[in-house]
Design a protein around this ligand. Structure first.
Ligand code: PLP
Length: 456
């Protein structure tokens, strides 16, 4: 077979891809019919595809390329580490400098007494760690019956058996015999879709109360933990009403429920602070991290754990771990990424420059005839598409998914946005300039105009 390179014609690459490469969250038959979009290189916030198109990446890959593409410092860090020590494990009382340095750095950055890190290769693996860790914690405390983890409908926490069970997306549970036992889901704080005619504030409070209701129904002595993203990402960038998190925090405190904040998207600057928990003013016992930890340059995730849980678990052996827990190359890349985030004040850029600029431009989209609410928190944002703003109606199921049509128009206009049902979402690299934000929103508006023409 000839060498397969960037220089091959797109159609040939697409044919090979469809024949041999099974993609996540993709219908393989669509690949065979239409072919994949093949990305060949990237720089800053810009992607180039195999046809030479330049696209503005409004999603930072999959919410992860926080420092933008093309930072050779990370490539250098990886190469240095590969030469020095490409691999060693952290099992059986062994360690190495990159894992030591990264865990110490994360303990410094994380709020409160979140001082201990259990590494994984991804966010899914980290959430699987969390399931076992919180159940083991309560067992060590003499309460093995405290094993139920409460999560939320429409949540996404990953794709492994455990993480997908924590997730609350029905189509995921329909495949593979999920959820695993002792996972319970409560409704999400999505006022636009589910708030009826009560105010967002009352709705946020009522949805938080669902946690208390579930604890009463399941029995306080059975509930181990509650897991949620500070701002729900893949569920459609659902920014909760301000009344939501304070009440959740109160309930977790009152009933001694461990709080797990899934920071896989919200972490590392996305919401304008190092962690979404700081933006939402909550005090988790465990934070799940991945994605922005290495800006996606190397696969790495983990759980940042508070003193109490780490100390209890540490009394015995935790029979859990991954070959790549604390992988030295990934850890070195993550350290270099954190150095850039810190020294270049990327989070300050989100808070003071890019975030406010995007907020102003994004919220102005609410005047578009197709757009109901426009929501934003830092550098993650969404718009709800609707045929009737006043009633917050959804499009009829047989209208073809309008979100899908809009996303296709976005691709045609060389801007990458995602849709979740009829919600359009963005999460651009944090280093995006104000000029690039203007281009992103201008292309989004053009795509909305074209979508409107197509659906009316
Ligand atoms: N948690 C959240 C909130 C996520 O958005 C994701 C991925 O999108 C995950 C966990 C799973 O992370 P990974 O894909 O690295 O396994």
């Amino acid at each position: 077979m000839d060498a397969i390179t960037n220089h091959m014609p797109t159609a040939e690459l697409q044919a090979l891809d469809a024949a041999h490469h099974m993609h996540p969250f993709t219908a393989q038959k669509d690949l065979a019919e239409k072919g994949a979009r093949i990305i060949t290189r990237a720089n800053g916030v810009w992607l180039t595809d195999s046809e030479g198109n330049e696209m503005l990446d409004g999603m930072a890959g999959l919410w992860c390329v926080n420092i933008g593409y093309g930072r050779s410092e990370l490539a250098d860090a990886a190469a240095r580490q590969m030469r020095e020590l490409p691999y060693y494990n952290t099992f059986f009382q062994t360690s190495h400098v990159p894992a030591i340095a990264l865990s110490a750095k994360l303990a410094e950055l994380a709020p409160g007494d979140l001082n201990h890190v259990f590494f994984a290769g991804s966010g899914s693996e980290a959430n699987d760690t969390n399931i076992r860790m919180v159940r083991h914690y309560w067992a060590m405390k003499g309460k093995p019956e405290k094993s139920i983890i409460i999560s939320r409908k429409n949540a996404y926490h990953g794709s492994t058996m455990g993480a997908a069970s924590l997730g609350g997306m029905v189509p995921m549970h329909e495949q593979g015999g999920l959820p695993i036992p002792d996972i319970h889901h409560i409704p999400q704080p999505n006022w636009w879709a589910e708030g009826g005619d009560i105010s967002p504030e009352d709705f946020g409070f009522a949805r938080a109360k669902e946690l208390e209701k579930a604890i009463h129904e399941l029995g306080e002595e059975r509930v181990a933990a509650f897991i949620a993203e500070p701002v729900q990402g893949a569920g459609g960038v659902i920014v909760p009403p301000e009344t939501y998190w304070p009440e959740i925090q109160r309930i977790c405190d009152q009933y001694s429920i461990l709080l797990i904040a899934d920071e896989v998207i919200c972490g590392f600057g996305r919401t304008g602070n190092w962690f979404g928990s700081q933006t939402m003013n909550i005090r988790p016992h465990i934070m799940t991290i991945a994605k922005g930890l290495s800006s996606g340059y190397a696969p790495i995730g983990g759980s940042i754990v508070c003193d109490e849980v780490a100390n209890v678990i540490g009394q015995g052996e935790f029979n859990h771990g991954y070959t790549y827990s604390g992988h030295p190359v990934a850890a070195s890349v993550a350290l270099e990424n954190l150095r850039i985030l810190e020294e270049e004040n990327v989070i300050g850029h989100v808070r003071d420059v890019a975030g406010p600029h995007l907020k102003e431009k994004w919220e102005a989209l609410a005047d578009h005839p197709l757009v109901g609410e426009a929501k934003i928190c830092g550098m993650m944002a969404s718009i709800a598409l609707t045929p009737d703003k006043a009633t917050r109606a959804a499009f009829a199921a047989d209208a073809g998914t309008v979100g899908f049509i809009c996303r296709e128009r976005c691709f045609a206009n060389n801007v990458v946005m995602r849709h979740v049902g009829d919600r359009m979402i963005i999460s651009p690299p944090l280093v995006i300039s104000t000029d690039e934000i203007d281009q992103l929103v201008e292309r989004a508006r053009r795509s909305l105009d074209e979508c409107l023409e197509e659906v009316t």
